[in-house]
Write a protein that binds this ligand. Structure first.
Ligand SMILES: [Zn+2]
Length: 445
């Protein structure tokens, strides 16, 4: 069955991406979490087409490679910034790469962990995805991943899908996964430090893993965060959050498209940094974001929206975040509007969007071209997360909410596919909204 699906995926990709684009690469990925290091071995089979297009892989510059073996004797590689460049005289079928990442889970001093890009933000949680360049990767390319991950038995491996199999021996557990995707996100976590709460709603299981920390963010007062340690208040913050996740999830199921997900894992980050990640059935959120939802209930639902929208949108290398983030955020606002009512939506929209950055004016092209990490005059996050939704709000006002959601559904629900701006525009044309879309180019917001 798997071979059949692989063949279908490859054909679909060829049709979707055109003859010159890369076929999926194949990764046989092994990771073992030990006391002081994480060992990796990757057997990477590059497709012939991806080899014609590229002779480099992106890979964190600080990770030292212990050994690279190749089926081609003339194979040579060197590192330059975050790229691993290679040359060879013949077609490579397999690269066998071994490396380790220092990590000391028994050492409380984080500065001892040598490199901050690849290591966990907290020593008891390791989050890896291609954006951190934990593994050599060609971006904007679907890959087939066969994974084997070994962790101490007190650790849990969270992934966007349930493992194929699992075995336990000598205080270690080994999990196997096979994933076909653009990305390989994983979270390895010491679950003894987390408090697990199980909920069920309409046949979906929600597993919440909360930080045991009793101090919770409550609100901002004159831009200063106010925390609480009151246990009743802490409980109500967490209950509020657990009540809301299924409601939001069901809104997306109903208004975007039906996804077959039986179980959702929501894991709280043990670090203080702000942010969150939502990928299929896995959500990883910081305390700040999770608690923020108590006073501003649209922060977390953005991450839930990512279960539907955002992945597979040529995210990183080409860095166009309109398709991955701006649309996600606006759909999130539509969810907020339905759950809390039009007047609350208007209030939020005016406060957090229209008024908040009213001194900054951008054109629609600026939104489409905004790249994260670029040093433009305006912070790209403002353009991506605030101005982008504002243009989409204008678009929705001219075509109506129903049609807007229909276009979003048609743009993103086709899988597997790297969703591009041209797909969005095709759907806009198909729905006779092209003139309204073009009008966005005339606006400055
Ligand atoms: Zn996002």
């Amino acid at each position: 069955m798997k071979i059949f699906y692989s063949a279908v995926f490859i054909i679909l990709n060829l049709i979707a991406l055109g003859q010159n684009k890369a076929l999926p690469n194949n990764y046989e990925f092994k990771a073992k979490v030990c006391d002081s290091i994480i060992d990796f071995n990757i057997k990477l089979s590059l497709s012939e087409l991806s080899l014609k297009e590229t002779n480099f892989l992106l890979f964190d510059p600080d990770i030292k490679i212990n050994e690279v073996l190749s089926t081609d004797d003339s194979f040579k590689f060197h590192r330059s910034n975050d790229t691993l460049l290679f040359s060879c005289s013949q077609k490579i079928s397999v690269l066998d790469i071994t490396y380790s990442i220092p990590w000391n889970r028994n050492n409380s001093n984080q500065s001892d962990v040598s490199k901050n890009i690849v290591v966990p933000k907290n020593k008891n949680q390791i989050f890896f995805e291609r954006f951190y360049r934990w593994y050599p990767v060609v971006y904007d390319c679907f890959s087939e991943y066969s994974l084997q991950i070994e962790v101490p038995t007190n650790y849990h491996v969270f992934s966007p899908q349930i493992e194929d199999s699992l075995s336990i021996a000598n205080n270690y557990k080994t999990l196997w996964f096979s994933i076909y995707d653009e990305d390989l996100p994983f979270l390895i976590c010491d679950t003894t430090l987390l408090h697990h709460v199980k909920r069920e709603n309409n046949n979906v299981e929600y597993d919440f893993y909360f930080n045991e920390n009793s101090k919770r963010f409550l609100k901002f007062k004159e831009s200063e965060p106010i925390f609480t340690t009151d246990s009743e208040l802490v409980d109500s913050i967490l209950n509020n959050f657990m009540d809301r996740v299924p409601i939001v999830y069901e809104w997306y199921q109903k208004n975007l498209w039906q996804k077959e997900i039986e179980k959702i894992n929501v894991i709280e980050s043990l670090s203080e940094n702000a942010g969150g990640v939502g990928l299929r059935s896995m959500m990883f959120l910081t305390s700040r974001l999770m608690n923020h939802d108590f006073c501003i209930p649209y922060k977390v639902s953005h991450e839930i929206a990512h279960i539907w929208i955002g992945a597979n949108t040529m995210y990183h290398l080409r860095g166009r975040y309109f398709m991955g983030e701006s649309i996600t955020e606006y759909v999130n606002l539509l969810c907020y509007e339905d759950l809390y009512g039009k007047s609350k939506f208007d209030h939020l929209y005016n406060l957090d969007f229209a008024d908040f950055y009213s001194d900054i004016q951008v054109k629609f092209e600026d939104v489409l071209n905004a790249r994260k990490g670029s040093d433009g005059v305006v912070n790209p996050d403002i353009i991506i997360y605030s101005k982008g939704p504002m243009f989409l709000h204008e678009f929705r006002k001219s075509i109506g909410k129903k049609k807007f959601l229909k276009i979003v559904r048609e743009t993103y629900s086709e899988h597997p596919k790297l969703v591009q701006l041209s797909d969005f525009e095709e759907c806009i044309k198909k729905n006779d909204c092209w003139q309204e879309y073009l009008a966005l180019y005339e606006l400055t917001l």
